[in-house]
Design a protein around this ligand. Structure first.
Ligand code: 5RP
Length: 262
C-alpha cells in the first residue's frame, strides 16, 4: 500500500492510533488479528521505536506474531505472560452493549482466550462495524476437522430452536481446500442474519460436540474506539458510560504500511 490512504484505512488508522494511548511501558498487551489490528501493531511499533515504549506483546495468531516482531515489539506466549494488562483487537460487529462478532480472520479462538485473560479488552473499529443487532456478519464457529459434516448438521439442527433469522452454514474455504486455523481446525460460517439472543446462542453452540469456540464475545469488551475517515475518533467505555471524542491529525508520514503487506 502506498500514497493517499482510503477513508476506511484512515478510519482504522485513527482508531488504532487513539487506542495506543491505553498502552503504557511495562504492560503485557494482547495483540489482535486483522487489518485494523495491523494498524495497531504499526502504531505500537512506532512508539517502541520513537518513545522507547517497553511492552510484551501476546499475539492472537501466527500472522500477528510475525508482524509484531517485524515492527520491533517483544513477543511472548500467553503461557509466559499468564495474564495481561490489556488486549486491543478489531471486530466484525459490535452492538450498543459492546458484545461482538469476531473471527472474520479465523483467529477468534486465540483472540477469545487472550481477551478473556486480560484486565481490559479494547476494540478498535471503523464506524461500519457498529450494528443494532448482531448477526448480519456470518458468525464464525471453529470446529474440529474430524466428522465436520456431522457437526455442521448438528449445528444447523440446533439453530432450528434458536432466535435467529437464517440457519444455513458454510465451511470456510481457502481456494479449493478448507481454511485451516492456527490450531489446525476448520471454520463454519453461520448465516444467521439476525441473532435475537446472543448470550444464549453462544452457550448452546459451545455445547455441540465438535465445536471448539464460537465468534460471539459476550461481556468481554470494555471499551470501543471508533475511527472515522475524517480523523474523528470516539471512545465509548461500557462500565463508566463515558464517551470521549477527539480528532486525530493524519500526517503524510502516517502511511505506516508503505511497502508492507497486511
Ligand atoms: C480476526 C478478527 C478480526 O478482528 C475481525 O475479523 C476484524 O478484522 P478487520 O479489522 O480486518 O476488519 O476477529 O479473527
Amino acid at each position: 500500500m502506498s500514497g493517499e490512504l482510503s477513508p476506511i484505512d484512515k478510519a482504522k488508522f485513527v482508531a488504532a492510533k487513539r487506542a495506543t494511548r491505553f498502552v503504557e511501558t511495562g504492560m503485557r498487551v494482547g495483540l489482535g488479528t486483522g487489518s485494523t489490528a495491523a494498524w495497531l501493531l504499526r502504531c505500537l511499533g512506532e512508539r517502541v521505536r520513537d518513545e522507547g515504549l517497553r511492552i510484551k506483546g501476546v499475539p492472537t495468531s501466527s500472522r500477528t506474531a510475525e508482524m509484531a516482531r517485524d515492527v520491533g515489539i517483544d513477543v511472548i506466549s500467553l503461557d509466559e505472560a499468564k495474564w495481561l494488562d490489556i488486549t486491543i483487537d478489531g471486530a466484525d460487529e459490535f452492538d450498543a452493549n459492546l458484545n461482538l462478532i469476531k473471527g472474520g480472520g479465523g483467529a477468534h479462538l486465540q483472540e477469545k482466550i487472550v481477551a478473556t485473560a486480560s484486565d481490559q479488552m479494547i476494540v478498535i473499529a471503523d464506524g461500519s462495524k457498529q450494528v443494532e443487532t448482531l448477526g448480519a456478519f456470518p458468525l464464525p464457529l471453529e470446529i474440529i476437522p474430524f466428522g465436520w459434516q456431522t457437526t455442521k448438521m448438528l449445528v444447523e439442527e440446533t439453530l432450528i430452536g434458536m432466535d435467529v433469522l437464517g440457519r444455513n452454514s458454510s465451511l470456510r474455504m481457502n481456494g479449493q481446500a478448507p481454511f485451516v486455523t492456527d490450531e489446525g481446525n476448520h471454520i463454519l460460517d453461520l448465516h444467521l442474519n439476525r441473532i435475537g439472543n446472543a448470550r444464549q446462542l453462544s452457550l448452546v453452540l459451545n455445547q455441540i460436540p465438535g465445536v471448539v469456540e464460537n465468534g460471539l464475545f459476550i461481556d468481554i469488551c470494555d471499551a470501543v474506539v471508533i475511527g472515522y475517515g475524517d480523523g474523528r475518533t470516539e471512545v465509548r467505555d461500557i462500565s463508566s458510560g463515558s464517551v470521549e471524542q477527539e480528532k486525530i491529525d493524519i500526517l503524510e508520514g502516517d502511511n505506516l504500511f508503505d511497502g508492507i503487506d497486511v
